[in-house]
Design a protein around this ligand. Structure first.
Ligand SMILES: NC(=O)c1ccc[n+]([C@@H]2O[C@H](COP(=O)([O-])OP(=O)(O)OC[C@H]3O[C@@H](n4cnc5c(N)ncnc54)[C@H](OP(=O)(O)O)[C@@H]3O)[C@@H](O)[C@H]2O)c1
Length: 325
């Protein structure tokens, strides 16, 4: 087998494509032949030592992937060789094979292509947990999605529409806004060229969005919070822009608003039954055609460094997926 190895988390250039012995799955593990692995923003942060979770060195990056079970370790009864699975184990995915915890594998129903499956769990679980569970988004409410053409952003558009909400998708270019419109956004706002507060005033008749989904942070956070509606919910999802914003709490008081933290990985650990039920609903929505990962492009696994560079330069729309030949 081969894998991209991170011996020293000093950045993308230090990753090396290395031959390794094929692992034998331990008790509770399965050996997966990886067919596709998607990029998530934390993959980029992890190889730069900037992510909150710091795996022991050396490690194989790649949080999320899909493939075919080759063999199972002791005690694994719900998965069999030949079965197609998606897995989100945090690391191990940018490789040809991985020994992964069976408990983290989602068996795929027939008709679920492996490229879509590799780009499914992280973004849809995060956006569903954020909008449906944390914000209690109601049909007819207006939701503003920042970074709406990105991985979690595109999933958030589809989930908010499935929940019957009105979606304002905000992104940094007209091209990204056009993609959001094609995914069903009711209105778009290009914050690269338009003033966010003015745009939101016009699009909501001065009322502001009921829910704000923010995976970007940086300079967008404060004007977005200033625009929120009475009893609004501001979802703190991530900080793709880099700086972690500090927000004046008087704005929360004045709007009777809530600042709501979203940490899907911790939710999945602490509330596994609720997470399993959510994943089952999401798989059903996929099969019913209500949600579908937006795949910007697939690239060979050997192109990982280019794929990570594209993620860092904001040039990806939806998801990038690396595939093994
Ligand atoms: N809380 C959770 O449970 C959870 C789970 C998954 C991910 N996240 C977080 O959510 C964020 C987005 O993740 P993702 O996988 O969707 O990332 P992504 O696909 O790369 O999308 C991020 C978006 O952020 C915007 N952005 C603004 N400044 C940027 C910059 N300096 N560099 C890169 N992008 C920038 C870009 O949109 P524009 O160009 O349109 O501004 C981009 O489309 C990350 O911070 C990630 O850690 C949180």
């Amino acid at each position: 087998m081969h894998a991209w190895i991170c011996k020293d988390p000093v950045g993308v250039d230090a990753l090396t494509w290395t031959e390794l012995p094929l692992p034998v799955p331990k008790a509770g593990e399965v050996l997966i032949e990886i067919r596709a692995a998607s990029l998530n923003f934390p993959d980029l942060l992890m190889v730069q030592n900037k992510y909150q979770i710091k795996p022991p060195l050396p490690f194989v990056p790649g949080a999320e992937y899909a493939g075919v079970v080759q063999s199972v370790g002791e005690g694994v009864t719900h998965l069999q060789p030949g079965q197609h699975v998606a897995c989100l184990s945090g690391t191990g995915g940018f490789a040809t094979h991985v020994a992964a915890p069976a408990a983290l594998c989602m068996p795929l129903p027939p008709g679920f292509p492996l490229v879509d499956a590799a780009a499914f769990i992280m973004t849809y679980a995060t956006s569903h947990h954020a909008l449906v569970d944390r914000a209690r988004l109601q049909a007819g409410e207006t939701v503003l999605i920042l970074g709406a053409a990105g991985g979690v952003g595109t999933a958030a558009i589809q989930i908010a529409k499935a929940a019957g909400a009105r979606v304002i998708a905000a992104a940094s270019s007209d091209e990204k806004c056009a993609l959001c419109q094609s995914l069903g956004a009711d209105a778009t706002l290009n914050y690269g060229s338009q003033n966010l507060r003015e745009g939101l005033k016009q699009l909501t008749d001065g009322k502001g969005p009921d829910v704000i989904y923010d995976p970007v942070g940086g300079d967008l956070a404060e004007p977005a919070l200033r625009s929120i509606a009475w009893r609004g919910r501001y979802l703190v999802v991530g900080f793709a822009a880099g700086p972690i914003p500090s927000l004046p709490l008087n704005l929360v008081l004045l709007k009777g608003a809530s600042l709501v933290g979203v940490f899907w990985g911790e939710f999945a650990k602490r509330e596994p039954k609720a997470n399993t039920a959510m994943m089952q609903q999401l798989a059903q929505w996929y099969l019913q055609g209500k949600i579908k990962p937006v795949i910007d492009r697939t690239m060979p696994m050997s192109e990982l460094k280019h794929a990570l560079a594209a993620t860092g330069s904001r040039s990806v729309k939806g998801k990038l997926v690396l595939v093994n030949a």
